[in-house]
Design a protein around this ligand. Structure first.
Ligand code: TMP
Length: 203
């Protein structure tokens, strides 16, 4: 069946403000009368729970294992949540998506073409935001939450892959050091360009 909704991905290194922005966007769209859904990766499904447990622990990296688990989690996410909602015409906002695997597992040494292959089923978003902050800022914002993903040199590699992809794939790059409200306005104006007028009843 043909897709009718609009699919938006929000990406960035740890602490960039993705979750805040994705939630603000969905809330605002709903207030305006659009049907919008927030969703996230890792998901809250079985594989996502396993992944969250895994990434919260400081342990030796297992990049291929992680790449496969993230892909399995994404497969469920796409089939059970994203595609059904898009078919119903919703605006779906995903807090992290495919590009997180390319950036994070890519930075951990996994081949980018292989990662793309393993994620072949993942549809391309209509719009991808990359919220850019410096790796130093990322560590500062995440201070106290030590995880497997947070060394400065690693975050630098992750950011480099994101910025390369942003150029190649035409992501909308946003300055993450701006205030949350300003970032929100920038994102909203981009999104509204893709949407028809809202249905009556939005407040
Ligand atoms: P979160 O902090 O946005 O909830 O994401 C959890 C961690 O999972 C974050 O450090 C990035 C990492 N991650 C990957 O390494 N690959 C992926 O494909 C995804 C979705 C997340």
């Amino acid at each position: 069946m043909k897709k009718k909704g609009v699919f938006i991905a929000v990406e960035g290194i740890d602490g960039a403000g993705k979750t805040t922005q994705a939630c603000m966007l969905v809330k605002k769209l709903r207030q305006m009368g659009y049907e919008a859904a927030y969703t996230t990766e890792p998901t809250y499904g079985r594989v996502g729970d396993l992944l969250r447990l895994h990434v919260s622990k400081q342990k030796p990296r297992a990049p291929l294992y992680e790449a496969l688990l993230f892909a399995a989690d994404r497969f469920e996410h796409v089939k059970r949540e994203i595609q059904p909602k898009l078919r119903r015409g919703l605006v779906v906002v995903s807090d992290r998506y495919l590009y997180s695997s390319l950036a994070y597992q890519g930075a951990a040494g996994v081949s980018l073409p292989w990662l793309r292959e393993v994620n072949f089923f993942a549809p391309k978003p209509d719009l991808t935001f990359y919220i850019d902050i410096s790796p130093a800022k990322s560590l500062k914002r995440k201070a106290g939450k030590v995880g497997a993903y947070e060394s400065l040199s690693y975050q630098k590699k992750v950011r480099k892959i994101y910025l390369d992809m942003a150029e190649e794939e035409g992501f909308t790059v946003l300055e993450g050091e701006k205030g949350a409200e300003e970032l929100h306005r920038d994102m909203l104006s981009k999104v509204l360009k893709l949407l028809p007028k809202p249905r009556k009843g939005g407040g």
